[in-house]
Design a protein around this ligand. Sequence first.
Ligand SMILES: NC(=O)c1ccc[n+]([C@@H]2O[C@H](COP(=O)([O-])OP(=O)(O)OC[C@H]3O[C@@H](n4cnc5c(N)ncnc54)[C@H](OP(=O)(O)O)[C@@H]3O)[C@@H](O)[C@H]2O)c1
Length: 386
Amino acid sequence: MKSVPNTQLGTLVADWPIHMQRAIELSSSVWTATPNPRVGCVIAKHGAIIGEGWHAAPGQAHAEVVALDKAGESAKAATAFVSLEPCSHTGRTGPCCESLIASGIQQVVIAALDPNPAVAGSGVEQMERAGIEVYHMVDFEQKARSVNAGYFKRREEGLPFVRLKLAMSLDGRTALADGRSKWITGTAARGDVQRLRASASAVITGINTVLIDDPFLTVRSSDLSISDEERKLNATLIERQPLRVIIDSQLQTPGTARILNSGGLVKVYTLNEDFIGKALADNVEIIQTGSCNKRVNLQFVLESLASDFSCNEVLIEAGPSLSGAFIETGLVDELILYIAPKILGSDGKPLLAITGLQSLDECQGFSVQKLTKIGEDIKLTLRAGQ
Ligand SMILES: NC(=O)c1ccc[n+]([C@@H]2O[C@H](COP(=O)([O-])OP(=O)(O)OC[C@H]3O[C@@H](n4cnc5c(N)ncnc54)[C@H](OP(=O)(O)O)[C@@H]3O)[C@@H](O)[C@H]2O)c1
């Protein structure tokens, strides 16, 4: 495989960055591939796109196969741009390498190797053995990895990518003193949260939020802000609910909680050993964890979500206690704050329950990635670390 930085692309292949950009764009607009990676593919010949494809959901055709189908016979001697190395193994569908080889494609250009041990370079080898020229556009690698940040993290570190979402007032409060927090932000921000849920493998919440708010934490198609292009790419979106996860040391979740009774699978992580034989509902699994300061060990939860349930990305929607604990343990990769232009007052609940900091050196830092106005509110996206 030849690595090609953009600066080494000759005039004959000057359109390569445009095609790879399009393949990555297709992959990044797909929310429903989990636990598979998001993959986009463009097939081009003489500078023109003759086929495009994306992998919409597990069990459905892979991006390369969809694009090859569209290109038909014209795929012969064409170039395929794929955001991730084509697979070489048989899963729920056949290996994409074989389809590319059979199509008579001349060149395959990838943005990143697949970290899945069942692929990891063997896709490239198989295609090269069959005489296909394979190129790696190294300048696109970071973009391709960030589209699949969760998939790469699960494969490389055994942990999901962790996104923490919180809605707060201008004065940094997340609920009134009595715990009421519903509708701090407006409808546009809430529609955006629905998108976060739709793209998450799992949504995690704390027992107090379950007891106080009794949320569903489901994706509701009616509330989801989604463009026509996204609707086309995410064919199975509406039917797919993320796994819902409750962190509940003492197993206080009532069997009547709405989160248990709104369809879809629920996992409850607990320290309580007495749950054996206790059935909350058919769709609910209770999992015993190790303890950390007499509470559920959050590292264990994330490892279990990655290894037992193949979660690539998880979204935390909890109150200040659990959100603070995730931040304190350094397990959060991305923080998304919706800031409502309202004052809730100093009796209100804080953003995060973190205490005991003695000096500024102990403060955790974040870097600002994006700031946008969303309806009447502000959305601030931050990454852990400075
Ligand atoms: N503004 C927002 O974005 C937003 C979002 C969600 C909720 N809320 C509001 O937040 C309030 C509830 O917040 P909360 O902080 O009381 O509850 P929470 O964060 O939802 O849940 C906290 C509970 O999780 C359990 N837990 C288990 N393991 C833990 C660990 N390792 N670290 C920390 N907690 C662990 C603890 O109870 P056990 O020890 O019994 O397990 C703890 O009391 C509600 O008023 C709700 O409306 C606001």
